[in-house]
Design a protein around this ligand. Structure first.
Ligand SMILES: Cc1ncc(COP(=O)(O)O)c(C=O)c1O
Length: 361
């Protein structure tokens, strides 16, 4: 784990390990961003936002929250705009701590920031491992966790497995949680890449022990802008608002929420790309003999059954100009898998070519 970056999208430290530098041709499959890139109108719009810099943002981000609430079928009081999904994670942990949570269960392997956020606020963390070939959450163990911990945190679809805990299991977890006063925190940073009927938002009208964390980074390919939001019941969101640093979202990012949500064409183009490209890439990887976890989102977790370690495949791919995501900091994967983003057909073909060369090397 030492020396490996804890997030994707940072090629330099990984390439450095292999004595390589990030040339202009390096394709980064380690960050799960929409390969369409930011919506084409964004660059011009950013220029137009410069006037926003000379005034403080609305501290409540009213227009952005109203637009999100409309899109999600909620009230603005159930929405808090955040500085990326990352701030939403830390605000959720801050709320748990404020409400006296001492013990959280994090479903693993998953994104490392849930554990970091809980520990930051003094909440002890235990792990509940996904099981089997397809990394499934065992329902009875999940219900036990909801009965025993103060909070359960999970990612849906899960980074890095791409798997999704079913809505009805989530609801059964919430029912147990209500009995025991346990909060379920679900990070849905990648939910925009999943079919809309898998959204948990309707549950927010029935359960006050559910928090949903969202990121606008992945769908709109804007990691540098820092936009996300948190959804919950009114009182929780109000308490979170009191815990949040003032103006934590900059005015330019906040001003872009409404036009981003209005761009239906971009959503459709994204869906059309992913509907074709994910099954195609998964099929081609399997044809090359790799084990691929069936994913419902825009990345794939894969493993080679051969004797050579996955770090050797990672290095080989980097030497071929494609960078995959190592899995050293995913608990339970410990480097034995690689994660790759689904990108455009041409880019995915380059990835497959690199793997084909590995097979014959
Ligand atoms: C599952 C998950 N949640 C949240 C985040 C943070 O997203 P953001 O860039 O919006 O802070 C990431 C980033 O990689 C992620 O993978």
């Amino acid at each position: 784990m030492r020396g490996w970056p804890s997030h994707g999208g940072r090629p330099e430290p990984v390439l450095h390990r292999f004595g390589l530098t990030a040339g202009s041709g390096m394709l980064d499959f380690s960050a799960n961003l929409n390969p369409l890139g930011p919506p084409p109108w964004l660059a011009e719009r950013l220029g137009g936002c410069l006037a926003e810099l000379s005034v403080y943002p609305d501290p409540d981000y009213t227009a952005a929250r109203e637009a999100i609430a409309r899109a999600e079928g909620l009230t603005p009081g159930q929405v808090r705009l955040t500085n990326g999904g990352a701030e939403a994670i830390f605000l959720a942990a801050a709320l748990l701590a404020k409400r006296g949570a001492c013990r959280a269960v994090v479903v693993q392997p998953t994104f490392c920031e849930y554990e970091r956020a809980c520990r930051h606020y003094g909440i002890a963390v235990q792990h509940l491992e996904l099981e089997g070939e397809h990394f499934e959450l065992d329902e009875s163990r999940a219900l036990d966790a909801m009965g025993e911990a103060d909070a359960v945190l999970l990612c849906r679809p899960n980074n890095p497995t791409g798997t999704l805990v079913a809505c009805d299991m989530i609801e059964r977890m919430l029912v147990v949680g209500q009995q025991y006063g346990t909060t379920l925190v679900v990070d849905e940073a990648f939910i925009d890449f999943v079919t809309p009927d898998e959204r948990l938002t309707p549950l927010l009208t029935r359960y006050d022990n559910l928090l949903l964390l969202r990121s606008m980074t992945k769908l709109y390919a804007i990691p540098g802008l820092r936009l996300g939001y948190l959804l919950g019941d009114g009182p929780s969101v109000e308490q979170i608002a009191r815990l949040q640093l003032p103006w934590s979202v900059n005015a330019v990012a906040a001003a872009l929420v409404v036009p981003l949500l209005e761009d239906q064409d971009y959503l459709q183009r994204t869906q059309s790309w992913l509907d074709i490209e994910r099954p195609w890439l998964q099929g081609e990887l399997e044809t090359q003999g790799l084990r691929v976890v069936p994913s419902c989102t825009n990345f794939l977790l894969l493993q080679d059954g051969g004797a050579r370690p996955m770090s050797a495949l990672l290095e080989h791919m980097a030497r071929c100009g494609v960078l995959a995501r190592h899995t050293y900091n995913f608990i339970g994967l410990d480097g034995a898998w690689l994660r790759v983003a689904v990108r455009s057909r041409q880019e995915n073909t380059q990835l497959l070519d690199a793997i084909a060369r590995w097979r014959t090397s």
